[in-house]
Design a binder for this molecule. Sequence first.
Ligand code: GUN
Length: 292
Amino acid sequence: MATKIIKGKEIAFHLREELKKKVSDLKTKKGIIPGLVTILVGDDPASKIYVRSKKKACEEIGIYSEICQLDAKTGEGELLERIRRFNNNPKIHGILVQLPLPKHIRTEKMIEAISPKKDVDGFHPLNMGKLLLKKTMAEILRSEIFIPCTPYGIMELLNFCGTPIKGAEAVIVGRSNIVGKPLAILLLAENATVTICHSQTKNLAEITKKADILVSAVGKPEVITAKMVKEGAVVIDVGMNRLEVGLVGDVKFDSVAKKARAITPVPGGVGPMTISMLLVNTVKAAKWSAGL
Ligand code: GUN
């Protein structure tokens, strides 16, 4: 069977077209314009690119968007004050603090300061905790919980390409709060058997070889090689490693593609989906804030 390249970019743009209509209806029928602020502290080049892409995507579908650019030396007090003001700004429905933050700022403390009702990243402990406590994906989607954008996008990609999740062996490489941990919760809610691997995992290849669904989110170029992948697996590459040759994923694409049933490319796979799910969450935030 030929390997299917999962065209995240196309799926992401299809989603944005649907959202554009929803945003337009919200405006004409309810007088609501969803608004997102992205707070960027410092001038990390990769973060700058992500923040700009998010703003452009918002504008393309009619979401109001602001970038709050702060100096790298900004202190915790100043950032907390900015967050407080956005929490109280009715034009803003979603607040995203771009990570990573400079080392002198405690990330956890900043995330906890964001109103859970505006936490479109889904990183606030209240959203994370609620996500953890739900039993099924249907329950999660019915409730007012923000699902972290990258894991949310991965679930959409898996559904879009008809991947069976119930009873599947899902292996996630990487245990970050942004991707690995919340993705494990979502896959579990869809009844997969989930394993999370990390830097201290022994015999990584033995575990990854069992995966029907293999997700890599470690940020190390081409660490997932063909011999670590089961024939017919669905492989999702979250890696965005900026090398001289360009953007490279965690997965050695050409050789792994030969074994996989389906695989996401880098770029053009998970990345555009993350942005689309941020737009979805911002529209949800605006609707929920109006009691819709
Ligand atoms: N940095 C890398 N990915 C993300 C994300 O999904 N949200 C935020 N806020 N920062 C990030």
